[in-house]
Design a protein around this ligand. Structure first.
Ligand SMILES: Cc1cc2nc3c(=O)[nH]c(=O)nc-3n(C[C@H](O)[C@H](O)[C@H](O)COP(=O)(O)OP(=O)(O)OC[C@H]3O[C@@H](n4cnc5c(N)ncnc54)[C@H](O)[C@@H]3O)c2cc1C
Length: 369
């Protein structure tokens, strides 16, 4: 068993050596905004995680936290507005129009950039989801401002600038990026990187409505229909309570069945390290790590995974990490809470059998709660 070592090098706070007088008109930009991602009636949980983070930034700056809801008129946006207040927003900006019923880049970019130009937030946060990444990039380029993608830490510098930290050089270093010359300062954060804040049901605050000035015939993208994505619908790794993952140490695609069997026995999701996706042994939506999913389960079991930094950053938020590896010096033992030095190919079936014997369906539910 190894001890926990969570000493990932952090950049020093502040921007020693690059202090810069901020332009006077930056004072016109105030408040922290979070895009509330709403797709087909569902708010993506990353929006709540960002509201939690946005609340901290707004309190440090002494400004307000606003949610931005963009969607169709009527009932569809109401839960998103209520959720924004429940997770800490002081006010909500809302743009409603029939042509915003389904996400399309052009009208959503127009809605967001119009809002920003009118109300001038200093910080704008979006989830690094497929939708959020698409929108953030086009909003930043339209507004000609800076965007720091896939941040792992957000803070406020002494002069009130956003300090956006993200991995660099293949994940081996963390760098803190500032948008010194432009406003707003934009950042995206992947789901599960920030903790989920407490929900507190409270009365709705101010809602500021904004009209969208773009007709349907000016939008080149038309939504013809939706096809279910069977693979991603199955993989709910980011929000799973228990995850079992396999790495190259398992030796073959066939041996991944051992991981799936254990996952099924304990009601867990299964995942993998990146090389397995590259080999075509598992689908990309099962990859865990810097370029895959970030997970925060109560229990993470990693079998035959070395614990490279790019994998580590995706699993560090787990409450309990159990590593199975033949090499006692594998890096994963530096941050696993429990290490088992053994052959995973022999150990996984024994563990699955032990769990299957002991866990009735009732107890399995308790494990996940
Ligand atoms: C830009 C960039 C982004 C990346 N993004 C990601 C990412 O998102 N996710 C990710 O996982 N990787 C990512 N990587 C790759 C990462 O650097 C590692 O190469 C990868 O995580 C290694 O995968 P692995 O641990 O499965 O394989 P290996 O490093 O080969 O480790 C296999 C481990 O299995 C052990 N082993 C061997 N046989 C057995 C056995 N029978 N039983 C038990 N243990 C055994 C070995 O001791 C070894 O520790 C990224 C790399 C780069 C450059």
């Amino acid at each position: 068993m190894s001890t926990v070592n969570r000493e990932t090098p952090r950049p020093a706070a502040g921007r020693a050596g690059i202090k810069k007088e901020l332009p006077a008109h930056f004072k016109d930009y105030r408040h922290v905004w979070v895009f509330i991602e709403l797709e087909r009636g569902q708010v993506h949980p990353v929006s709540f995680e960002l509201l939690g983070e946005g609340r901290k930034l707004a309190d440090k700056l002494g400004v307000e936290l606003a949610g931005v809801v963009i969607g169709p008129p009527g009932e569809a946006t109401r839960p998103a507005v209520a959720d924004a207040f429940a997770y800490g927003a002081d006010l909500v900006y809302i743009v409603e129009a029939p042509l915003l019923a389904d996400y399309r880049n052009e009208p959503f970019t127009k809605a967001m950039t119009d809002l920003v130009v009118t109300h001038k937030p200093e910080i704008l946060l979006l989830g690094a989801t497929t939708l959020g990444r698409d929108l953030a990039g086009s909003v930043a380029t339209t507004l000609l401002t800076g965007l720091t993608a896939d941040c792992t830490e957000l803070d406020v510098d002494t002069d009130g600038s956003l300090a956006a930290t993200r991995p660099t050089f293949g994940g081996s270093l963390l760098c803190t990026i500032y948008t010194l010359n432009y406003r707003p300062q934009m950042a995206t954060v992947r789901p599960r990187v920030m903790p989920m804040p407490q929900r507190t049901d409270r009365p709705a605050g101010r809602v500021i409505r904004h009209k969208l000035s773009v007709p349907e015939d000016e939008i080149v993208t038309k939504v013809l229909g939706f096809l279910p994505d069977s693979q991603s619908a199955n993989a709910n790794l980011a929000y799973a309570d228990v995850v079992v993952a396999g790495g190259l140490g398992l030796g073959s695609a066939e041996n991944l069945q051992l991981v799936k069997n254990l996952a099924r026995a304990i009601g867990a999701e299964h995942g993998c390290s990146r090389p397995l996706v590259q080999k075509g042994w598992m689908s990309a939506d099962r990859q865990i790590g810097q370029t895959g999913k970030t997970i925060r389960p109560k229990l993470y079991i990693a079998a035959g995974i070395s614990g490279a930094i790019q994998h580590r950053v995706g699993v560090e938020g787990a409450d309990l990490i159990v590593a199975i590896n033949t090499d006692p010096n594998a890096p994963i033992f530096d941050f696993a809470h429990l290490g088992i030095v053994t052959d995973a190919i022999r150990f996984l079936p024994a563990l699955t059998e032990a769990f299957t014997r002991r866990l009735s369906p009732h107890n399995r539910d308790k494990l996940a709660s």
